[in-house]
Design a binder for this molecule. Structure first.
Ligand code: CO
Ligand code: ZN
Length: 333
C-alpha cells in the first residue's frame, strides 16, 4: 500500500481538477470492482455487489486537495491568487506550487513592518520566473497544488494531501481485500469524490443518485497530542477514530455502536472522535435525498491543511481492518 500512498499524495489534484487521481485509482481498482462509473461531477464510483442479504452502503473518500487559483497577472509577470479550500496564510510563504502542465512557482509575500507579522492571502503572490505579463506561462483561472514529496519517517508518513489521499488509499485497499474474500452481504459503492474541500459537493450529488441505506466517509481528523494543541481526545497512532460529532454532522448512533462493537470483537484499537472544527463528506451523504444512517471513520492526522500532513502507518492499517470488518458483516442499526 505504501507505493499507492506515495503515488496518490504526490499527484496533482486540487478541487475540480481531480483527473490524475481518478486515473490512478481507476487503474488500481479496475480488476476488483463489479462495476465502475464516473458521474458528470467527476466522482469515481466502484460497486462491489453483495449477496442480496444486506444493505446498500456508500463509502466515500475525497480525491481533491486544497490548492490555489490564479486571479490576476501583474505587468511584471507575477500572479495573484485565491484559495481553493482551507489554505491558511501561515502556510504560504516560500511554498512551491505546481500547475497542471507542470509549471512550477514559488509564493512570497509583500513587505512587512515586522517579521513577526503575517499578511493575509491577498498580499501574497506567485513567481513563476516570468519577466513580464506577456511572457507569463500561466493564465488567469489556472489551478495549482502545493508540492511536497512523500516521506516515511519510521512508521509515520508525511506529505501534502494526506487529506484525503490516505482515505482514498484505505478505500482502494478495503475494496481489494473484500473482493479477495469474495462475498459481502452489502452492495457497496466506493465513491472517490470530487470537490470535498470546497463544500463536500461531489459526495452530495453521488449520495443523491445512489440513495443508500448507510453512508461512511473516510477522512482525516485532527489530533490533540502535540505541544499546546487544542484539546482533543485523538492521538496519532492510537487507532482509527470513530466520529461521533463534528461541526457539520452528528453520526447515526446505531452505526457508531456497530463500528465500536466490530472494533472490540476483533481487538482493533480505536478512539472516539468529536471534532469541533471541520466536517467531511459524511455530512452531505447523511442529508442527501430522504437521508441515511451516516458516520465517518477518521484517520488521525497532524498538521492538517499544511504541506506536511502526518499519519501513522498502524492507524492506516487498522482503519482498513475496521472498515473491512464492518462491510463484511451484517450491519444492525
Ligand atoms: Co481537508
Ligand atoms: Zn479531507
Amino acid at each position: 500500500m505504501d507505493e499507492l500512498i506515495k503515488n496518490l499524495v504526490e499527484a496533482y489534484g486540487p478541487s475540480g481538477f481531480e483527473d490524475n487521481i481518478r486515473r490512478i485509482i481507476n487503474d488500481e481498482i479496475a480488476s476488483f470492482a463489479d462495476e465502475i462509473s464516473i458521474d458528470s461531477m467527476g466522482n469515481l464510483i466502484a460497486l462491489k455487489k453483495g449477496d442480496g442479504s444486506g444493505l446498500s452502503v456508500m463509502v466515500a473518500a475525497h480525491m481533491d486537495e486544497i490548492g490555489i487559483m490564479t486571479t490576476h497577472i501583474t505587468e511584471n509577470g507575477f500572479l495573484r491568487f485565491t484559495n481553493i479550500g482551507g489554505v491558511r496564510p501561515q502556510t504560504l510563504m516560500g511554498s512551491r506550487i505546481q500547475f497542471s502542465d507542470g509549471t512550477t512557482g514559488v509564493i512570497y509575500t509583500e513587505k512587512m513592518d515586522s517579521w513577526n507579522g503575517l499578511h493575509g492571502q491577498d498580499k501574497h503572490y506567485i513567481d513563476v520566473g516570468a519577466t513580464s505579463k506577456e511572457l507569463c506561462p500561466v493564465g488567469v483561472g489556472w489551478a495549482a497544488s502545493f508540492v511536497r514529496p512523500f516521506a516515511d519517517i519510521g512508521g509515520r508518513y508525511i506529505s501534502k494531501s494526506m487529506d484525503d489521499r490516505i482515505g482514498c488509499a484505505v478505500g482502494v485497499e478495503s475494496l481489494r481485500r473484500i473482493s479477495e474474500v469474495g462475498t459481502t452481504p452489502h452492495d457497496i459503492f466506493f465513491v472517490f469524490s470530487v470537490q470535498e474541500e470546497v463544500g463536500t459537493r461531489g459526495a452530495q450529488t453521488a449520495a443523491n443518485a445512489l440513495k443508500v441505506d448507510v453512508g461512511i466517509a473516510l477522512d482525516v481528523t485532527l489530533t490533540g497530542d502535540t505541544p499546546e494543541a487544542e484539546t482533543m481526545a485523538v492521538d496519532l497512532g492510537a487507532g482509527p477514530a470513530i466520529k461521533v460529532k463534528d461541526s457539520g454532522m452528528i453520526s447515526h448512533a446505531g452505526l457508531v455502536r456497530q463500528m465500536r462493537s466490530r472494533a472490540e470483537e476483533r481487538n482493533i484499537p480505536y478512539q472516539m472522535e468529536v471534532l469541533e472544527r471541520g466536517s467531511t463528506d459524511a455530512r452531505s451523504i447523511q442529508i442527501a435525498g430522504a437521508g441515511c444512517a451516516a458516520g465517518c471513520i477518521s484517520i488521525p492526522c497532524r498538521y492538517v491543511h499544511t504541506q506536511s500532513e502526518m499519519v501513522d502507518a498502524n492507524d492506516v492499517e487498522n482503519t482498513v481492518q475496521l472498515l473491512v470488518e464492518i462491510l463484511s458483516n451484517p450491519i444492525t442499526l
